[in-house]
Design a protein. Structure first.
Length: 202
């Protein structure tokens, strides 16, 4: 059986994210498995480059009516809570610290394109953090696991890419790599991935 955790030290460019070179050499490369470690649960399991458990999301189902998803560390401590914004035009999700319910950190809005490329989501800070330089754009194709997160200076700060068990042998859409640069919080990058899965996942 192929190994799930990372076996590549760097992140390769994502062709569908445009001609700009994406993440050149990620400070952290993780393997994301679209599966919960808990029996009969849905979610995500994330490993670091050494195969250690990094993040987890347990017991949620896509398009769940509750609209709440909790990103935890390896011990089960809540790091970020993701909630779908009610009564908003378009698909909009909010990211909160821990299990906070009143003060969101970021808003992630779905951006629909006619040809399935270009910007697919836009991330803006909430409240006192609402400065243009703290915004991010997600470009590429999440369904094909070829997308990147760009900061306001057009620098690629994170990238989603397919993971290969061996050169030319992909593991499938449920296992992929997430590369994160030092300028971005890894937990935040993973929260954006979870939201993209809600927006564009099968």
């Amino acid at each position: 059986m192929s190994r799930i955790f990372p076996n590549f030290p760097t992140v390769e460019p994502a062709p569908d994210a445009g001609d700009r070179t994406t993440v050149p050499a990620a400070a952290e490369t993780m393997t994301v498995w679209r599966k919960s470690l808990l029996f009969n649960c849905k979610g995500f399991t994330v490993f670091d480059s050494k195969g250690n458990l990094r993040f987890r999301v347990d017991n949620y189902s896509a398009r769940s009516s509750s609209g709440e998803i909790v990103l935890m560390d390896s011990s089960g401590k809540p790091l970020l809570t993701i909630r779908r914004k009610r009564l908003s035009l378009g698909e909009n999700w909010l990211i909160y610290d821990g299990e906070e319910a009143l003060k969101p950190r970021f808003s992630v809005r779905k951006h629909v394109t006619l040809f399935g490329s270009g910007e697919i989501a836009h991330v803006t800070p909430c409240g006192l953090r609402s400065h243009p330089e703290s915004s991010y754009a997600v470009e590429g194709s999440y369904s094909r696991k070829r997308c990147a997160i760009y900061d306001s200076r057009r620098r690629a700060v994170a990238e989603v890419a397919r993971k290969e068990a061996a050169p030319g042998v992909a593991l499938g859409g449920d296992v992929f790599r997430l590369g994160v640069q030092p300028d971005l919080e890894p937990a935040f990058a993973m929260a954006v991935v979870v939201i993209l899965d809600q927006m564009y996942g099968s």
